[in-house]
Design a binder for this molecule. Sequence first.
Ligand SMILES: C[S@@+](CC[C@H](N)C(=O)[O-])C[C@H]1O[C@@H](n2cnc3c(N)ncnc32)[C@H](O)[C@@H]1O
Length: 217
Amino acid sequence: MRVRKKKHSSERILACSRFLIENPRSLMDDPNAAFEKKRPLHLEIGCGKGSFAVGLSQKRADINLIAMEKIADVAVTALERAAASENERNDNLKFIIGDAKFLTEYFPKKSIDTIYINFCDPWPKKGHAKRRLTHRGFLEIYRSLLCEGGMLIFKTDNEQLFDFSMEEFKEFGLQIVWSTKDLHSEQNEYAKENIMTEYERNFSSKGFSICSAHVKF
Ligand SMILES: C[S@@+](CC[C@H](N)C(=O)[O-])C[C@H]1O[C@@H](n2cnc3c(N)ncnc32)[C@H](O)[C@@H]1O
């Protein structure tokens, strides 16, 4: 993703600091301590500009959601989106600026109920496979953090990445509860509950089908 350098991004992040967990390592003691109420914890990895995170947190008052983004200049937009929707109820949404490869330094074992990965970078070159967020190296991390029976909910427009991911899930012994290669044409509850991301809106408006899988750990 091409990222334009944002003007005054540190000041803008500071202005939304109530949504930011500045020291993610502090979550190690109790990730729910960052929130007003203890609720099941969900994590979005690579939240981009945050429309899924804001939409999910508003729809699901019963969860606490942490949305993670590694690029600060992208996270600014997500933080500002959360701040702009503050008249809605969103005491259940926080952000981390950080990289998924450090997740085990941020979250205690078995502390997360559901992980969302939406339109992650496909890293198409074979030599870069380890960087894909659905590579078994990352699945190992998710397994240590997810509660027993925890879910990974994955969406992508990239069929090669989807096929690779499904193979990784199977090789890793995970249960694929539901999957589709055309999410927007499905009529079941999984599809009805779908919240669109920025990339999803963009790709589907260009005629691309959206692949999705719900995977149980
Ligand atoms: C292709 S964009 C998709 C953004 C958003 N999820 C959507 O669907 O509109 C992928 C995002 O994931 C972030 N990202 C990629 N690798 C990451 C990692 N290892 N940890 C945290 N964020 C990551 C990127 O910076 C980028 O903002």
